[in-house]
Design a protein around this ligand. Structure first.
Ligand code: XMP
Length: 509
């Protein structure tokens, strides 16, 4: 495995994903990790990430410098390079000119980390400090017009450092450099595959759970579905999945989950019809935050009620992913707070005092999808666009009623059908409809109508933190609008949402 020390760069998850793309397992840990913990991980190599800090500032992040005595290869990137230089007795100083963006990299000799790379290539820089004096045993191996030491190494000790970011796409040969580090320098083998992950994880789940029982809140989304199948593979009927039908789901969704998990995978699945409770709680509630709170609370009550009926339950399985762990860790300065209630299916029955099993907690979303495929999940579930926990309630602006849910469901089904048909479904982060609390005048046949307005929202994004409205073809928008107005009684106007995030959000509430 490769250990990545997180000095706070926004690109850290990118480094980890690139390493794993090469089938080498890696973990990201904060600089506060102790030497003993590092030794226990027994990494083949250590990568010191970039970060916003400056090494000569008082509180700049530092990892135990004894890592340089382990005999393990180390690669320092940007701030990681400066930390390495400083820790080994060199000198870092403020650059006369900040360097940001593309730079021409001149490589002295195409060997070691630069093996197989032409001597002139582009790289991506983002730094305000640079290396003045090199530590003993180091030599400069590349430069740019403004930075004399753009790369340095002590090949006898297998220490390498790059001032630029090899992990970003703007450094075209960066992937090759990381590959050189992993295989030529660290001698890693390609052992990280989803098959090996399934084997090791199921073994671990079996030994942790023993004879006890596990429950899981299944939502029908990718993360909870993959978790369910993985845990099921490990312990079979000791797992009970609870699916709460809150009445806020899309057309055909509950039937699909039932069919797949109960019939096909033979998972122990409890279906709870709580539609009435949810609707009752939401009656005349228009405030978005109140809606969310009511839905969250009702979910937990329903889930706990069901769970209490089961015997010998000691564990709760959850589909927490690696980015949640890393992000909450950096935000809170320690690995304690791991759960983002907003994104976790159905929140957390804290009062139940169950022990958590989070078998996906070291995986990225793309890996979860590969794992889902490995476990036999159908493609359309694996590539399902995200759907918020509070469901259609946050896509019905104003009062959530049975009648309005029914309209939105029909509209949404048409929209998704057309988007799928057009081949755009996988390219869009999300595409959905929103029912507005407005009516407008129209004409149908010879009749004046006064009916609902729906908005169509389609966005592209990579992580939901920012999003752009999708430039859907006009012909597609036309077809969607025509079909909705013709086929859904009660709607006479369709509008398209052309706002990006920020300043808007993806969902309307
Ligand atoms: P916003 O609307 O904040 O949404 O731009 C960002 C992403 O999060 C999804 N979302 C939720 N997911 N529970 C969830 O599991 C929620 O309460 C929730 N609210 C928003 C939203 O669909 C988008 O992908």
């Amino acid at each position: 495995m490769i250990l990545i020390i997180d000095f706070g760069s926004q690109y850290n998850q990118l480094i980890a994903r690139l390493v794993r793309e090469h089938h080498v397992y890696c973990e990201i840990e904060p600089p506060s990790i102790s030497l003993d913990q590092i030794k226990a991980l027994a990494p083949e190599g250590i990568i010191l990430s970039g970060g916003p800090g400056s090494i000569y500032e008082e509180n700049s992040p530092r990892v135990d410098p004894a890592i340089f005595d382990l005999g393990t290869p180390v690669l320092g990137i940007c701030y990681g390079m400066q930390y390495m230089v400083d820790a080994l007795g060199g000198q870092v100083r403020k650059a006369e000119k900040r360097e940001y963006g593309f730079a021409e990299l001149h490589i002295k000799d195409a060997a070691g980390i630069f093996d197989g790379i032409e001597k002139k290539t582009k790289c991506w820089m983002s730094h305000g400090d640079n290396v003045g004096r090199l530590p003993r045993g180091f030599r400069a191996t590349a430069s740019t017009p403004t930075t004399r030491v753009a790369a340095t190494e002590n090949s006898a000790k297998r220490f390498y450092a790059l001032q630029f970011h090899p992990e970003v796409a703007h450094t075209p040969k960066g992937k090759r450099m990381l590959k050189n580090f992993l295989f030529r320098i660290c001698g890693c083998r390609k052992t990280w595959t989803m098959k090996s992950f399934v084997r090791e994880t199921t073994r671990e789940i079996t030994s942790v759970v023993g004879d006890n029982n596990v429950i899981l809140g299944l939502s029908g989304g990718v993360d909870s579905s993959v978790t369910a199948l993985l845990v099921h593979q490990a312990i079979g009927n000791q797992l009970t999945c609870i699916f709460v039908d809150n009445g806020l789901l899309r057309q055909g969704e509950t039937a699909q989950v039932k069919e797949l998990f109960k019939k096909h995978f033979k998972v122990n699945l409890k279906f709870v019809n709580a539609r009435r409770e949810f609707l009752k709680g939401l009656k005349r509630v228009v405030d978005p935050e109140k809606k969310r709170k009511i839905i969250g609370r009702t979910f937990i009550e329903t889930f706990e009620n069901e769970a209490r009926k089961l015997q010998g339950v000691e564990f709760l399985a959850q589909g927490t992913l690696y980015p949640d762990i890393i992000e909450s860790r950096s935000a809170f300065g320690g690995p304690s707070a791991v759960i983002k209630s907003h994104h976790n299916v159905g929140g957390l029955p804290r009062k139940m005092r169950l022990k958590l099993i989070e078998p996906l907690k070291h995986l990225f979303k793309d890996e979860v999808r590969i794992l889902g495929k490995e476990l036999g999940l159908p493609e359309d579930l694996i590539w399902r666009q995200p759907f918020p926990g509070p469901g259609l309630a946050v896509r019905i602006i104003g009062d959530v009623t049975q009648a309005r849910l029914s309209i939105l469901r029909k509209v949404d089904a048409i929209l998704l059908e057309e988007i799928r048909e057009s081949g755009l479904y996988k390219k869009l982060w999300q595409s959905f409809a929103v029912l507005l609390p407005l009516k407008s005048v129209g004409i149908m046949g010879d009749q004046r109508t006064y009916e609902h307005i729906v908005a169509i929202r389609a966005v592209t994004s990579t992580d939901a933190m920012t999003a752009d409205w999708a430039r859907l073809p006009h012909s597609l928008l036309g077809r969607i609008s025509n079909r909705i107005i013709n086929e859904v009684r009660g709607v006479n106007r369709v509008v398209y949402d052309i706002s990006s995030k920020p300043p808007s959000t993806i969902e309307w509430e």
